[in-house]
Design a protein around this ligand. Sequence first.
Ligand code: ADP
Length: 295
Amino acid sequence: MTEEKSLKDILKKIKFSDKAQVMKQLVDQSIQVKVRMGRIRHKIVVMSGKGGVGKSTTTANLALAFARAGHKVGVLDVDLNGPCIPKMLGVSGSFEILPEGAVPPVGPYGIKVASMDFFLTEKNTPVQWKGPMELSPIWLGMFEMNVIREFLADILWGELDYLIADLPPGASADKPPVIAGFLPELDGAIVVSTPSEVAKVVVRKSIVYARDIGIKVLGLVENMSGAICPTCHTPVPMFSDGCEDIATDLNIPLLAKIPFDAQIAQSSDRGILLPLSHPTTKLFDGMVTQIESLL
Ligand code: ADP
């Protein structure tokens, strides 16, 4: 059976009527997204091709750095299956549901946080979308995209200077650039990689893909760039090279090289912020000025 025929067969099985006025709902929703997003001066997504490279750590610390610089900041945790921004920022609670929308909980420095985590009552159970199994790839994508669109439409962010979105991991053929496309007037993406070859090869692809669909890549963050020895606190190399090659080849500013540091891991796990005097805090503060100059 050809791909086309099998897809047609699948689609024929979907029975629907538009009594619920789905089309109208979608149009209304996209108008609402535009209105809500119109009150946010800058929208930035943080993405990577690879999981586990420090995308959420970067998002959380960038949000803190922008807030420390005196900006009104919101963080949208779009990593539906691994939402960890609330934990990293030490934010708990839930949305306050009002007739006009959902008020997000507020964390350190007044950062507003919207995350799927606030909807999960059972922390050890994954998000499971239910739908006809044969159609599950189609449903899955649609459910996820709808949740994200609803997040954007229904959250009462109010006036913000920066909304920073933590996208799910994934590279070229995956969702992140598509999700980024939901954000009207997106300023651009910060891309995170480690200097390992296995991460860099995928991260390159995600940069090319993002650019192909018109997303400006503002800069690259090299994370786990060497390790800090927990006893003597001296830097120890971990990989043979850095991410300079990606930055040069793809003409992207390398915003910072963040070392692998036990204190960063522990502070994220406990939701306790790094001290202001910590060298990594200063690296993130330095990134704010650089990113502002790129907008
Ligand atoms: P991703 O969002 O890319 O999946 P995370 O930000 O969740 O990655 O990081 C994965 C794990 O690595 C987390 O436990 C986090 O605390 C840890 N981690 C990330 N960056 C660093 C770093 N520079 N030093 C120490 N631990 C780090």
